[in-house]
Design a protein around this ligand. Structure first.
Ligand code: BGP
Length: 485
């Protein structure tokens, strides 16, 4: 018997600033992503408030030029049999600096064309309203979401897209990986806060109170966007988007278990709790008190949060991590947005992220048990260096068995979670085609089913090639997850 439900949403994801390129044309202004330089594992991406294109490479500027290749890319996704395509809208194409009273028609038209193209192939878009983008202007004028006025900006932007894309889009996510704001690194990517002295993504100067205040503004914006969306089209469905950094206690020492529980609540559950239940949970009040965080919240905020809860729950899952109270035992490894202690039971990717498929089944059960909402896994995949080789038919391919292995094992665990009773309705792997890496800016950290010829110098023909995983995923989708071989 097939474990996956009949209308399961198989697909993959991208984000506007990581794939589109065309960073300054047709009215678009620079976003916070456009002033991040190329980096690597050893040299972090710089944040340059003033662009210096002679000195630095800015990977988002050209990216893989989805802006001009979207028809070709969507056709390839359709060939794999996609049912869903997760993408984001870059707000700096619509209200480029934030001050405009009318949306930029060229930006609106671009996404309309993309949605129409998806519709042609019966692919359902899943649209992230804000995926690490914001007019750079806002960082300079009001330090991003620290300022309440950004709530109105995102409402204005959302109203324009909700009205324009009625009938073309049904599923929306408000803010990508909103819980990353719980970490210092979230300052730039997630709330557009820059404090004097910050030079790179990895070493940001933090004003904790401002960051949490900004997060509160994100919650309120998200809730008001959901209310607004439903008033424009009651059939719109909204989801949360949580970066789930699954955590284990390194040993069964009760102190480790307690530490693990605390971190899981704060880092992984808090934001989901607010978005699903519409209120701040009990444990965060204590955490804020302990850390001397004082937030400004209005009565209206409380009712907005209550009235703008999500319809489904989504999360990204790449790796798991361990925690311990033992000071001696602290061999650190990285991971998506979080680091932890090395786990002797799992293997690690070339970028040091722990590969833990069983952790995905565990996480699915955790979140379903808590929220009882339909779930979509909106990101999951393996970043690796790929080698282009002749395919024997006059073109090129990548023999990416390591990626197939990663995805196959994760999908297997998804099937088991469905058997456990979890209401998993979709899976958008990261990523459809190779795109710019968020953490390092590299092109060589590739996730796609489709190889895109571009390199870390920002050079390349941008020709698309089908990897071995492309054909494999096509089979997975055709068989609705029954054939994973
Ligand atoms: C998530 C982001 C994505 C994506 C992914 C992989 O946190 O939502 O935008 O980039 O991580 O990370 P990276 O590209 O740094 O390997």
């Amino acid at each position: 018997m097939n474990k996956f439900p009949k209308n399961f949403y198989w697909g993959a994801a991208v984000a506007a600033n990581q794939c589109e390129g065309a960073w300054n044309i047709n009215g678009k202004s620079p976003s916070i992503a456009d002033c991040l330089t190329m980096g690597s594992v050893s040299s972090p991406r710089r944040i340059t408030l003033d662009l210096d294109e002679d000195k630095y490479i800015y990977p988002s500027h050209g990216a893989v030029d989805f802006y001009h290749h979207y028809k070709e890319d969507i056709a390839l996704c359709a060939e794999m049999g996609f049912k869903m395509f997760r993408m984001s809208i870059n707000c700096t194409r619509i209200y480029p600096t934030g001050d405009e009273s009318k949306p930029n028609e060229s930006g609106l038209k671009f996404y309309e064309d993309v949605f129409r193209e998806l519709k042609k192939y019966n692919i359902e878009p899943l649209v992230t309203i804000c995926h690490n983008d914001m007019p750079l202007e806002f960082v300079k004028s009001c330090n991003g979401f620290k300022d309440r006025k950004l709530i109105d900006y995102y409402l204005k932007f959302s109203e324009a897209i909700f009205k324009r894309y009625r009938g073309l889009v049904k599923y929306w996510l408000t803010f990508n990986e909103i819980n990353c704001t719980m970490r210092v690194s979230g300052n730039w990517h997630h709330v557009g806060i820059w404090n004097p002295g910050t030079t790179t993504i990895r070493n940001q100067i933090d004003d904790q109170n401002a960051r949490y205040q900004a997060l509160h503004h994100l919650f309120v914006a998200s809730a008001k966007i959901i209310k607004l969306g439903k008033s424009i089209d009651p059939s719109y469905q909204f989801g949360s988007m949580i970066s789930y950094g699954t955590i284990y206690p390194l040993t069964c020492n009760p102190e480790n278990v307690l530490l693990c529980q605390e971190q899981d609540l704060i880092m992984n559950r808090f934001c989901g709790d607010v978005m699903v239940f519409g209120e701040y949970p009990y444990y965060i009040k204590h955490y804020f008190e302990k850390n001397n965080v004082k937030l400004e919240m209005t009565e209206q905020d409380y009712s907005d949060l209550k009235e703008g809860t999500v319809d489904f729950y989504t999360f990204s899952y790449y790796n798991s991590n361990c925690v311990t109270v033992d000071e001696e035992n602290k061999e650190l490894v990285s991971g998506n947005n979080a680091s932890g202690i090395i786990n002797p039971y799992i293997k690690y990717s070339d970028w040091g992220w722990g590969i833990d498929p069983v952790g995905l089944r565990y996480t699915l059960n955790l979140v379903y048990d808590r929220y009882k909402l339909p779930i979509i896994i909106t990101e999951n995949g393996l970043g690796a260096v790929d080698q282009l080789v002749p395919d024997g038919n006059g073109s090129f391919t990548v023999e990416d068995d390591y990626r197939i292995d990663y995805l196959q094992k994760h999908i297997e665990q998804m099937g088991l979670a469905i058997e456990d009773g979890v209401d998993l309705i979709g899976y958008t792997a990261w990523s459809a085609m190779d795109i710019v890496s968020l953490c390092s800016g590299e092109f060589k950290k590739r996730y796609g089913f489709i190889y895109v010829s571009s390199d870390d110098q920002g050079e390349g023909s941008l020709i698309r090639y089908k990897k071995k995983s492309f054909y494999w995923y096509k089979k997975v989708i055709e068989s609705n997850g029954a054939d994973l071989a």
